[in-house]
Design a protein around this ligand. Structure first.
Ligand SMILES: [Zn+2]
Length: 419
């Protein structure tokens, strides 16, 4: 059973039926899923949710599919951990990592949105799923389409990381590399969606797709013991995730699943592609498109679809927007790996780098709870680290050479027995 009333325009409020629509025909505003919260309130409680299996579907009343999910049964409920070593390194008292770098099945938060989008596309009776992607979405659409036997077409900028290309092709999809940046890929995909009528998960299925991100926020609330953090830092590409985490927090508060809604939401971008944080810093509502130039390719969207709304969430919550350079991104990736043993992709470097900066600026106080949103896996963006983290110490398979190596490192260990 579904608790979805239909779709509703974010701008003028006009309501639409539950169909594969994404733009208001009156004002061209984006459409959003509209729920019957009174009915949801009658059936969900902390207790009901807690007893369900540990995946994203434990919040199914808040997700926009009518029947059972068609794919992605194990998605979500990713680790949430207190990061004690990182707390020391940053000089703060209470810091957590929400780790979607190990989401199922393709190691990024996109598995959440894709599980909802493909399930919905099947309910709408589409035969082909497609997407425009900066990499993680490509991986996830290809994998999930394969798992439910659907034909898929995936469109990417031609210069993505090798692992993201291989990690898409392996699922036997139709991968089309476009000689252009993401914004050009996206424009083409809008035309293809119009002409062929496919289910483009992040275009015509976007209102449903985007709802999957709310579960990232629900899980944080539940994993913190049914409360919200004081501060959360979220990476921004198209800007959808940050708006949906905020929507999820507000829904939980509205239904009494958390008592206090006092979270400040911070958006993180790379300096080489910072249209949203620039608008936040300049205090303007206008998101000026940029031409991306950053190693954080998964965040390289110069004309973000939800830019306006993400800036609004940041303002409304009392947060801030900040960005970091490529060098700062790499430093933060190393910091997370060396302190907590978590290997995140460049986007995670952006998020942690920005967190560090905001703490140093005093915008995030050191004695309040902070959540860092890690959304993707470092194994997918290894190119960014080549030449930046040293080389292995290569020796022959001879004990004498190893002894020599320890000496050159100025390290000495007690000898248990002579060889
Ligand atoms: Zn409208």
């Amino acid at each position: 059973m579904s608790f979805v009333k239909g779709l509703k325009c974010r701008e003028c409020g006009k309501e639409y039926p539950k169909e594969p629509l994404h733009v208001c025909e009156y004002c061209f505003g984006p459409l959003e899923v509209n729920y019957n919260y009174e009915e949801i309130k009658k059936v969900v409680s902390r207790d009901v949710i807690s007893k369900r299996p540990p995946n994203m579907w434990r919040y199914r009343e808040f997700l926009p599919i009518d029947g059972d999910p068609a794919v992605g049964f194990d998605v979500g409920f990713t680790p949430f951990m207190r990061a004690r070593n990182l707390e020391k390194a940053l000089g703060v008292q209470e810091l957590y990592i929400k780790n979607d770098a190990v989401n199922h099945p393709t190691l990024s938060f996109k598995d959440r949105v894709v599980a909802v989008a493909i399930s919905k596309a099947i309910e709408f009776n589409f035969k082909v799923v497609a997407c425009a992607s900066t990499g993680n979405l490509a991986n996830s659409v290809a994998a999930n389409a394969a798992a439910c036997g659907m034909e898929s077409y995936i469109f990417i900028p031609y210069d993505l990381e090798q692992t993201k290309i291989l990690g898409t092709l392996v699922y036997g999809t139709n991968l089309v590399a476009i000689k252009g940046n993401y914004d050009e890929v996206n424009r083409l995909c809008s035309e293809i969606a119009g002409k062929y009528g496919w289910a483009f998960v992040n275009i015509n299925i976007r209102p449903y797709y985007a709802e999957g991100s709310k579960a990232f926020g629900y899980e944080i609330a539940e994993q913190m013991g049914w409360r919200l953090p004081k501060h959360i830092v979220v990476p921004m590409a198209g800007g959808s995730l940050i708006t949906k985490i905020w929507k999820g927090f507000k829904e939980f508060h509205k239904l009494g699943l958390v008592d206090i809604l006092g979270t400040k939401v911070y958006g993180a971008q790379a300096t080489g592609c910072a249209p949203i944080t620039t608008a936040v810093k300049e205090g303007t509502e206008l998101i000026k498109p940029v031409r991306p130039k950053t190693i954080a390719k998964s965040l390289a969207i110069g004309n973000p679809a939800d830019g306006f709304y993400s800036a609004k969430v940041i303002r409304e919550s009392g947060g801030w927007g900040e960005d970091v350079s490529d060098d700062e991104i790499i430093d933060a990736m190393k910091l997370l790996a060396e302190t907590e043993g978590i290997f995140t992709e460049t986007a995670g470097g952006v998020t942690l780098g920005v967190t560090k900066k905001l703490i140093e600026q005093g915008r995030i106080p050191k004695d309040e709870s902070i959540v860092v949103s890690i959304t993707g896996n470092g194994l997918k963006t290894q190119e960014a680290l080549v030449g930046k983290i040293g080389e292995p110490m290569t020796i022959s398979a001879r004990l004498a050479e190893f002894d020599e190596l320890l000496k050159t490192q100025n390290k000495s260990y007690p000898v248990k027995r002579s060889a």
